[in-house]
Design a binder for this molecule. Structure first.
Ligand SMILES: *Cc1c(COP(=O)(O)O)cnc(C)c1O
Ligand code: SF4
Length: 335
């Protein structure tokens, strides 16, 4: 078995210089740490990062299912909701998740130019209604600590930005990157929230638990997002185990996401009805602290909607009718 390594990239299949947006094959990338957690390719961890022949057979969905590009006033900003924006600060990730909904960006090895970062900052400066900025990507913690801190300093210099969030999978897939020094530096940007990404309890190891406790000890509130994935975590026992263990390492489950329809991900899709049955089963047995909101993200940029066990009584010709945060009705495919 591979030895542990602090290097991000152990195996990175060549992707050439093809821009992510015009790529038909999503590059494979994983590191020695994550590889060491995989027992065999079809196990819940292997399935997340190893390519599957079914990817090339699935041509359904679209590369930008949530219409993020249309809602991007600059290349690095997604502005869908009035008071908060997503700021894409890095295209790189420690491992490339096969089900990623941002395959059009993620897994790219190019660094984002300072000019693009500056344009995004200028947009935030110019929009006084933006009070919350979510650093995402790709993975923001793939940046050098100094680069990340420089962006956080720039954001803290903007009066109307009060809350900053970082969305990252690094503590679960490259925990060695989360040093005490990094945690200490992040602690100077409160209120700074960190949302992690865990899909299976086997991602919670001594190393990832240590990374989380460094962040929690620095006073950073930790949440977690999970994608509901067939063959990985589509069973109440598996999710109950994950969410219980997350609470034990001081990570509060935040969202459970229905997968977005990006080409090459059909084999991960769990029918919505089944997802709701799983969520219903969790409500009976877990502490409210351990139960995340079950979210769908509406196609066409309608935004996220929380589904409750009785949410989908109404269906019309193969689609569900869902009301978004503005009260508008969107059609959502049934499976
Ligand atoms: C998910 C998302 C957010 C953050 O939403 P929360 O519900 O506040 O976690 C913000 N902007 C966009 C475009 C998003 O997709
Ligand atoms: S870490 Fe996040 S952005 Fe990167 S490949 Fe995985 S899901 Fe996509």
């Amino acid at each position: 078995m591979a030895t542990l390594s602090t290097s991000a990239s152990m195996y990175e299949a060549p992707s050439g210089r093809t821009p992510a947006s015009s790529r038909t094959v999503f590059p494979t990338k994983l590191n020695a740490y994550f590889l060491s957690l995989i027992d065999h390719p079809g196990d819940p961890l292997g399935r997340q990062v190893l390519p599957d022949p079914r990817e090339s057979e699935d041509t359904g969905g679209t590369i930008d299912p949530l219409d993020e590009v249309r809602q991007s006033p600059t290349s690095q900003i997604i502005h869908r909701y009035p008071h908060r924006v997503i700021f894409l600060v890095s295209a790189r990730c420690a491992v490339n998740c096969r089900f990623c909904m941002r395959k059009r960006i993620a897994g790219d090895r190019e660094t984002i130019s300072q000019q693009s970062i500056d344009r995004a900052l200028a947009y935030i400066v110019g929009n006084r209604s933006i009070s919350e900025v979510i650093l995402s990507g790709g993975d923001p913690l793939m940046l050098d600590d100094d680069e990340l801190v420089a962006i956080l300093e720039a954001l803290r210099g903007i009066d109307h930005v009060s809350v900053i969030r970082i969305h990252t999978r690094i503590p679960g897939v490259w925990p060695q990157k989360v040093t005490k020094g990094l945690a200490r530096r992040l602690a100077s940007f409160h209120p700074l929230y960190i949302n992690l990404h865990f899909n299976h309890s086997r991602e919670i190891t001594t190393e990832s638990a240590l990374a989380c406790s460094r962040l929690a000890d620095a006073g950073l509130p930790l949440g977690s997002q999970t994608v509901l994935l067939q063959g990985v975590n589509d069973h109440p026992d598996v999710l109950a185990d994950l969410f219980t263990k997350l609470l034990e390492i001081r990570v509060r489950p935040y969202y459970l996401h229905q997968i977005d329809r990006v080409p090459g991900t059909a084999h991960f899709q769990v029918p919505l009805k089944e997802g709701l049955q799983i969520v219903t089963a969790l409500h009976g047995r877990l502490s409210g602290m351990a139960i995340p909101h079950f979210m769908i993200d509406l196609p066409g940029g309608g935004g996220k909607v929380e589904l409750l066990p009785d949410s989908i009584e109404k269906s019309v010709s193969g689609t569900y009718q869902v009301r978004n945060f503005e009260g508008r009705i969107y059609s959502y495919p049934m499976d």
